[in-house]
Design a protein around this ligand. Structure first.
Ligand code: G3P
Length: 228
């Protein structure tokens, strides 16, 4: 599919942090847009579902949903319909984030529905093995995030380098077209450089930016490491 996503790529997951809800989601997206223009690095954000439309309307930046459900039009009250997310103007979606885990068959069904709706798919996995299992579903991106490092400030690219390089190797063996991102504990340009050296096509980051004292300076540090 044709998307505005270019590599290396930074995806900022806004999660459900108080610092990234409502107008603060729009403010963070504006910062991301500014840093992206300044450095030439592709930066996307993934706000809460209710914040998708306001962010999309306010800021020209790729926007991702944090989750979709593998349902179609009809009687699926409370589910997140892929076509509704695409119709709102999102370019893609996270699938199987560590904080929104799905069984393998649901991941496969969700990737399929995301493709039907024209959404770019970033499937998160917790291990090399799970990466190998989801690679045959041919998502656009597989993002490796060891759960114990999420929100820890201890970067996966330094603490578990073998998990990043192992995921790149194993996922590519199954599907040579897949791009692999890494995330968990990324807080500095140095962490980003280490991730790229391990074969990662970019990073998935949350607290390192959202909870930073100066999110603009932090995101600039990450993006500059990507453009070096
Ligand atoms: O989705 C990104 C994520 O789970 C990593 O979180 O806070 O360690 O950057 P964090």
């Amino acid at each position: 599919m044709t998307t505005p996503i270019e590599y290396p790529f930074i995806l900022v997951n806004l999660k459900t942090y108080e610092e990234s809800l409502g107008p603060k989601a729009v403010a963070l997206a504006s910062i991301a847009r500014e840093i992206s223009q300044q450095t030439g690095v592709c930066i996307a954000v993934a706000p809460q579902t209710v914040d998708l439309s306001p962010v999309i309307k306010a800021v020209k930046i790729p926007v991702f949903a944090q989750h979709i459900d593998p349902v179609g039009y009809g009687r699926f009250t409370g589910h997140v319909l892929p076509e509704a997310i695409a119709g709102a103007g999102c370019v893609g979606t996270l699938i199987n984030h560590s904080e929104r885990r799905l069984p393998l068959e649901a991941i496969e069904a969700t990737v399929k529905r995301a493709k039907e709706a024209g959404l770019f798919q970033v499937v998160c996995v917790d291990s090399v093995e799970t990466g190998r299992s989801v690679a045959p579903y041919s998502p656009d991106v597989i993002a490796i995030e060891p759960p114990e490092l999420i929100g820890s400030g201890i970067p996966v690219s330094k603490a578990r380098p073998e998990v990043v390089s192992g995921s790149v190797d194993e996922c590519r063996k199954v599907n040579p077209d897949v791009n692999v991102l890494c995330g968990a504990g990324i807080t500095s340009g140095e962490d980003v450089s280490a991730a790229l050296r391990l074969g990662s096509a970019g990073v998935l980051v949350a607290s390192g930016v959202v909870k930073a004292a100066d999110p603009r300076a932090k995101l600039l540090d990450l993006a500059q490491a990507m453009s070096e």
